[in-house]
Design a protein. Structure first.
Length: 89
């Protein structure tokens, strides 16, 4: 289980300010969440002004592509690449 960011993200980075595990990454037009690191605390979803973050099993039907988008971001990336993309606030 993990939380997932949809394309509704406006990149104001409020989620990264509250994430206790620093597992939010800059994916270009939006941020994404590492399923390996996310503890499912839900704090990011509470803070998101765009309502862009959902638990993976509660992503609305018309936003299901977000699940694969979040997963794919992490495929094949080196630890160094991930460190560069990790949102620091
Ligand atoms: S709080 Fe919501 S809108 Fe802001 S960066 Fe995070 S996911 Fe995107
Ligand atoms: S659910 Fe918690 S651990 Fe997971 S990304 Fe959001 S704030 Fe971070």
């Amino acid at each position: 289980m993990a939380h997932v960011v949809t394309a509704d993200c406006s990149k104001d980075m409020e989620c990264a300010k509250v994430c206790p595990n620093n597992c939010i990454y800059d994916a270009g037009n939006q941020v994404v969440i590492s399923a390996d690191e996310c503890m499912d605390c839900g704090m990011c979803a509470q803070e998101c002004p765009a309502e862009a973050i959902y638990p993976v099993d509660e992503v609305p039907g018309d936003k299901q592509e977000a699940i694969a988008f979040n997963e794919k971001f992490f495929e094949g990336k080196s630890p160094e690449d991930l460190d560069k993309a990790r949102v620091q606030v």
